[in-house]
Design a protein around this ligand. Structure first.
Ligand code: GUN
Length: 283
């Protein structure tokens, strides 16, 4: 039959409309939400991501400030920039675009951002809340976007078997905690580079979330026909095309699938807008 293809752009657009209304209300009460984005170096992909985030801010009526730092910036210089933004009351959300070039420790940088302004949800105290089953704070945007897409699909998540491929600090691990947490109540298997028989785990799963960054890894014969498949990966191929972690032919087999591009990406940015509004409301 072929999978239903999720429309990430349409969902993102409806979330952004809701955020715009919240921003307008907040401005009526004298608060003008502002996101500060720090970008270090010239990585072209990061430049595109940052431009997309700033465009979303414009659509939502959120002010954005871009702080561009040279490639050779030291960790101390980046931390000093973040500390300046922490103490600037006109800034409600701060993010430092990843990857940061050189041997800067990204976790140390994330740890300096005020948890109240941490719109990426990467600060250890915000990530730590997930372990405690507290999902009321600033949630990491990609996992939050994936949960939103699955809920929007109408799938019954309670009791569903989910395989999360990838265990990164900013996607795989928080994704697993959010799916297994109270309220979502899925049963989660975390798959990583040392996992045996990944195919069988996928084949038994109602939900497959691929966040490994290796193009077209998930094959059609790994997927059952009732499966919901979420593709978080996005890689640039030699021919310039964007590719997800999921082989496009999975769409011939699965029940529901997110495309790349136009799937998780736009919803992730919409979650960033929601987080910025939340941070401004809490300021
Ligand atoms: N680089 C790729 N994705 C992200 C993200 O969600 N946040 C930040 N800060 N950098 C990224």
């Amino acid at each position: 039959m072929g999978a239903a293809i999720a429309d990430g752009k349409a969902l993102a657009s409806s979330i952004e409309k809701e955020v715009s209304r919240g921003v307008a209300d907040l401005m009526d009460s004298g608060i003008s939400p502002r996101l500060a984005v720090v970008i270090v170096g010239e990585d072209p992909a990061s430049r595109v991501y940052v431009r997309n985030k700033q465009r979303a801010c414009e659509r939502c009526g959120i002010k954005s400030t871009l702080i561009e730092m040279p490639e050779a910036s030291t960790q101390e210089e980046i931390i000093a920039t973040v500390e300046g933004l922490n103490s600037d009351a006109s800034v409600h959300g701060i993010l430092v675009q990843s990857p940061i070039p050189g041997d800067v420790n990204e976790l140390e940088v994330a740890s300096v951002i005020s948890p109240l302004k941490d719109v990426d949800g990467f600060h250890p105290s915000n990530l730590g809340r997930l372990v405690q089953g507290d999902f009321s704070g600033l949630l990491p945007c990609t996992p939050a976007g994936v949960v939103r897409m699955l809920e929007h699909s109408g799938l019954q998540l309670t009791g569903a078997k989910a395989a999360v491929l990838g265990r990164s600090r900013i996607v795989g691990m928080p994704m697993s905690l959010m799916l297994a947490g109270k309220g979502v109540d899925a049963t989660v298997t975390i798959v990583h580079s040392r996992t045996q028989d990944v195919e069988s785990i996928c084949k038994e799963s109602d939900i497959i979330i691929a966040a490994i960054g290796r193009p077209h890894t998930i094959k059609p014969d790994w997927v059952k026909s009732e499966a919901y498949v979420v593709d978080v990966g996005i890689s640039r191929m030699d021919d310039g095309e964007l590719a997800g972690d999921v082989d496009p032919q999975v769409a011939d087999v699965a029940c529901w699938m997110t495309p790349v591009p136009g799937g998780v990406g736009p919803v992730t940015i919409a979650m960033l807008m929601e987080n910025t509004l939340t941070a401004a409301r809490n300021s």
